[in-house]
Design a binder for this molecule. Structure first.
Ligand code: AMP
Length: 396
């Protein structure tokens, strides 16, 4: 990948040798801007609020200090040595993100001699295996809120001794459907000012009022970092106007013409994934679908196959919009426009990650014109309306 230029090295950030050795193996030659700015303060125990886009290297920003703090602590004070407690809790909005974050943490911990135990829990799969994994406690737990509450209710894990809390994708965690669960979980953790202070790290791509209120209420003199994403410079956004009813034809044409190795296509409903995959099949393009009605096994399989390049076209709902890291994903296509301008940013952020060149294409028919202007305005961009040769849209 392209490295982001910052003056600092990982060593200068104060990381310990086993972590540095692993970063060298992973070919992380330099810290990304958010890593360079945040890691020393997080290591020192400060709270953090980071406005960081996906792809900015935020997982390592919280994972490396957390691993270091845990590996330097007396084993007896860690969650995995205390019964069913957890020391570092990371809350994320989707199952895939829970798995991905836990995998990254385990990878960063490769040279810590198995000292730090990491468990991921999320819905859609059997709770029994997760209960077994939690037996005896864990040092790091990556969780989606609903499943975590279930596991707490069955006494599989307790949050009383959480020392570090990470809220990833905080804006999403505070949206409808999650806010109540999050409040319930926060009430179970050590409160401040209390004996067991906890460190809180909050990551959010956007800062709606709810996130700001939470920040005021929870965080203690946090360092604040706003990382202007390196992505925007490497991610090209384009918009094509098409006639209603011609989007599938245009999509098939673009896929064939550009010979993309991988294309992630977003639609707005589960049934539309299947419907559009069927229409593409008639045009000789094999696409797989990814949505919330699939079993977790199917979701994992299809995502892995897409990541490995076996599946070339993936048609997904917004469950794929956040956090998912697909290396070198060349293009994201908005077949349906997302309802919210924030979701537009999340979707297109799947491409052009970590300094790679990326492309985001939106297909708009006449009914989408106004909504796309709103998305542009909110995201402070203005794109030239383009036409696809052979599929020119009628004048309004
Ligand atoms: P994240 O924003 O945490 O999802 O990270 C985005 C991608 O960048 C992941 O594939 C990471 O493995 C990669 N990455 C994170 N930090 C660095 C770094 N300092 N150097 C190179 N790659 C990195």
């Amino acid at each position: 990948m392209t490295t982001v230029t910052t003056a600092t090295s990982f060593k200068e950030l104060g990381l310990i040798a086993p972590l540095l050795a692993r970063l060298t193996e992973l070919e992380y030659t330099q810290p990304t801007p958010i890593q360079a700015q945040a890691i020393p303060s997080v290591l020192a125990g400060r709270d953090l609020i980071a406005g960081a886009n996906t792809g900015s290297g935020k997982t390592a920003t919280f994972a490396l200090p957390l691993l270091q703090q845990l590996s330097l602590e007396l084993p007896s004070t860690r969650g995995s040595k205390q019964g069913n407690f957890v020391t570092g809790l990371i809350l994320v909005p989707t199952r895939e993100l829970a798995k991905q974050v836990a995998d990254s943490i385990r990878s960063y911990a490769a040279h810590l001699n198995g000292e730090v135990k990491t468990v991921a829990v999320f819905g859609g799969v059997s709770a029994n295996t997760q209960m077994l994994a939690l037996r005896g406690g864990t040092d790091i737990l990556v969780a989606t809120p609903g499943r975590l509450l279930d596991l707490i209710a069955s006494n599989a894990i307790k949050l009383d001794r959480v020392k570090t809390l990470v809220l990833d994708e905080a804006d999403r965690m505070l949206s409808l459907g999650f806010a109540d669960e999050l409040a319930e979980l926060l009430a179970l953790m050590p409160n401040r000012p209390g004996k067991k202070q906890k460190q809180i790290l909050l990551f959010s791509a956007t800062f709606p009022d709810k996130v700001q209120a939470l920040t005021q209420q929870l965080l203690n003199n946090p360092i604040e970092i706003q990382v202007q994403s390196a992505d925007t410079s490497t991610l090209v956004q384009r918009v094509f106007t098409v006639n209603k009813g011609e989007k599938t034809a245009v999509l098939a044409h673009l896929i064939k013409q550009n010979q993309w190795q991988q294309a992630l296509v977003f639609v707005n409903a589960k049934y539309r994934c299947v419907h559009i995959a069927e229409k593409l099949a008639k045009r000789g393009i094999t696409a797989k679908v990814f949505h919330g009605d699939q079993s977790q096994g199917a979701r994992t399989r299809v995502l892995n196959n897409f990541k490995s390049g076996e599946v070339e076209v993936l048609i997904a709902t917004d469950i794929a919009a956040r956090g998912i890291d697909i290396e070198k994903l060349p293009v994201v296509i908005n077949f349906d426009l997302p309802r919210s301008p924030a979701d537009y940013m999340h979707r297109i952020g799947r491409s052009g990650r970590a300094g790679e060149v990326g492309l985001a294409i939106s297909l708009i028919d006449h009914e989408d014109y106004h909504h796309f202007s709103v998305i542009e305005k909110k995201n402070k961009v203005r794109l030239e309306r383009e036409q696809v040769e052979g599929f020119e849209a009628d004048e309004l």
